[in-house]
Write a protein that binds this ligand. Structure first.
Ligand code: ACO
Length: 342
């Protein structure tokens, strides 16, 4: 963005602080209106920064908590090929968390601080990861529906007004596409397998369908942040718009899979040129958000345990980095004299 940087905000001499603030806000608003990217050193309203941290933290937490339901099946995958695919996918989710925590760090919040808030239950992660993976077909249903919903929600985030978030999303969406395809292919194989395999696939779709629709967030008239986030071009579409788009994508795919969606009210709406769908149980959604979903406690307990058990890795990495930066002939050491003479 060709805007005023945060450093420059302190350098102006003319006018009052209020006038300077108004000028910066006007520059920011013009950049958003022109679809320019806001970059870390640009001036931005504190509420914009806070809203981005809120959403990006929830997103990053979802990626790493989202490793748990599927990791549950790595040791029981039915073939070496399926095991290799699933391991790659779960590792990708860790990588997505890393991109997003790094993007959030550009806003002045450390990964450590965000993780502390997650572990203390002070920041959210997606409702979807509070459901159990009961059978192997759940791995397919998660790929098809959960990752499919994630892509539908996240492709527009590649055009988010905040540069680091938008750029992280480009790579994440490419990987999510692979995740969605592997789930779809897995379900296709099961659906056309034995009657028991078909039944298992259908049961998984029945259980994951409604929670996947809830991933898009509350309905528009109950969405606290949508209006402001859309004005700032953090979000490009409302929760309901994306949910309906997702239903439109899934209906023909379910037909190819030979599986049905567990909603008798899905039908084509000629006037809208989209599908209508049945009522979502928002009470269930609110309960999951309050911590009362089937796996909330298990997910957070496991996350805290993994964090504690990984302390030695973080300590070792920090010690290695210190040693590396002090060693003569390394980039870190070379940088020191430059700093000393600056
Ligand atoms: N699970 C948990 N919390 C949710 C969910 C959900 N599915 N949907 C909404 N919420 C929360 C919001 O975080 C917000 O809580 P807060 O006020 O305490 O922060 C509250 O419910 C109200 O919702 P909205 O006002 O609609 O919130 P927002 O405008 O942020 O929209 C959405 C929610 C659509 C999830 C948005 O934040 C978003 O697009 N996030 C990025 C994508 C993402 O996080 N995906 C995670 C799952 S995908 C994956 O990891 C594979």
């Amino acid at each position: 963005m060709a805007a005023v940087t945060a450093d420059q905000t302190t350098q102006g001499t003319a006018g009052t602080a209020e006038e300077a603030e108004a000028a910066h806000l006007a520059t920011f608003d013009a950049a958003v209106a022109a679809d320019d990217r806001i970059e870390p050193r640009d001036w931005m309203p504190e509420a914009y920064r806070a809203s981005l941290v809120r959403q990006m933290a929830q997103h990053a937490h979802s990626e790493i908590i989202g490793m748990q339901p599927e990791a549950n099946w790595i040791s029981r995958a039915p073939s070496l090929r399926r095991k290799a695919i699933l391991m790659a996918k779960v590792q990708d989710e860790a990588g997505h968390g890393l991109y997003l925590y790094s993007a959030a760090e550009t806003l002045g919040t450390s990964r450590e601080e965000l993780l502390d808030k997650l572990h203390a239950g002070r920041q959210r992660y997606s409702s979807i990861f509070n459901y159990p993976t009961l059978t192997w077909a759940d791995v397919g249903a998660i790929g098809w529906l959960v990752d499919g919903a994630a892509i539908t929600n996240q492709v527009p985030l590649c055009r988010c007004s905040y540069g680091p978030y938008a750029r992280a999303m480009v790579r994440i969406c490419k990987e999510e596409s692979f995740h969605q395809r592997q789930g779809y292919e897995l379900l296709l194989a099961l659906s056309h397998g034995t009657p028991a395999q078909h039944e298992m696939a259908q049961d998984a779709v029945n259980r994951w369908w409604w929670p996947s629709l809830m991933m898009f967030g509350p309905p528009d008239d109950a969405s606290a942040h949508s209006a402001q986030s859309m004005a700032w071009k953090i979000k490009r579409h409302s929760n309901d718009e994306l949910r309906r788009r997702f239903v439109d994508i899934c209906v023909p795919q379910a037909q190819v899979l030979g599986l049905s969606l567990p909603d008798p009210d899905i039908r084509w709406n000629e006037k809208l040129g989209q599908h209508d769908y049945g009522a979502i149980d928002w009470t269930e959604f609110q309960e999951v958000l309050k911590g009362n979903g089937p796996c909330n406690e298990q997910r957070l307990t496991q996350r805290r345990k993994a964090h504690e058990e990984g302390a030695w890795v973080r300590d070792a990495a920090a010690a290695y980095a210190d040693k590396h930066s002090a060693r003569p002939g390394t980039a870190g050491a070379a940088a020191q004299p430059v700093e000393a003479t600056a």
